[in-house]
Design a protein. Structure first.
Length: 256
């Protein structure tokens, strides 16, 4: 008996796999690189880049090209994550500033003042609503100002520096191959990274993605797997003394 011939979808899938093996990289990545090269060629045909008066080379363009290449861009990305998120946001915002505000300001000055201020209220239920271990002022305001505000503030400052420096377009081209595996393009890196600051703004930014499918996928990732800065601050504060719980949560987010 003659074997059944594969249908059109199977033939297309097999052709795609042969193409990937032939070029050594996914076709979507090669197409993205070809588009970038075509855009550079068009720009070179209509734009003139003049050297400075002293004949110096345009280092900004060279730096932009280096940031978009995996060999040089990935180490820079890891350095940005380490210095920006870990050292600046984590150590300075979540460590130094949180300790200074919580212990030096609230526990030593503001909370004792509030306890004395509300000590004249004869009703224990009314007094414990505002002050005490779970008081609205002594706990709620302290968490908002001393725990969440430093992390949110330092993250937004770091994010604005990256945005104003023009690093995000280079990062989009750099991670395009990775995001293709998620069904997204490199442009999705902007709403995904912005989601760590504010999910609402990030969801609005998903309108810049090209297709409805990408917009839906990015929105689902933001809703299910990306904690905003306020949620991140609370989670890191709650799990700061439980490394195992923090590791389980991180793996769960990555698996999602």
């Amino acid at each position: 008996m003659r074997a059944a011939e594969p249908d059109g979808g199977a033939r297309a899938l097999a052709s795609g796999r042969v193409l990937v093996r032939g070029v050594g990289e996914p076709a979507a990545y090669r197409i993205a690189v070809a588009r970038q090269e075509a855009a550079d060629a068009l720009g070179a045909g209509v734009l003139t880049h003049e050297a400075g008066a002293d004949g110096r080379v345009d280092w900004g363009r060279r730096l932009g090209r280096l940031l978009a290449r995996p060999v040089t861009g990935i180490p820079v990305l890891l350095l940005v994550i380490y210095l920006g998120l870990y050292q600046f946001v984590g150590r300075l915002g979540g460590g130094v500033l949180v300790d200074g505000l919580e212990r030096g300001l609230f526990e030593q000055r503001i909370n004792p003042f509030l306890e004395r201020l509300f000590s004249g209220i004869p009703w224990e239920a009314a007094r414990s609503l505002y002050v005490g271990q779970y008081g609205l002022l002594t706990l709620g305001v302290r968490y908002a100002v001393a725990l969440i505000l430093p992390i949110v503030g330092t993250f937004f400052l770091f994010f604005s520096l990256l945005e104003d420096s023009g690093y995000f377009p280079r990062l989009a081209l750099l991670v395009d191959r990775l995001f293709k595996r998620l069904g997204l393009s490199g442009r999705a890196v902007i709403p995904i990274v912005l989601g760590f600051a504010c999910d609402t703004m990030a969801t609005m930014v998903t309108r810049t993605l090209e297709t409805r499918r990408e917009r839906v996928l990015a929105t689902l990732l933001l809703a299910l797997a990306i904690p905003c800065s306020a949620q991140l601050g609370v989670l890191l504060a709650l799990m700061a003394h439980a490394p195992l719980a923090l590791g389980v949560w991180s793996l769960t987010v990555l698996a999602t």
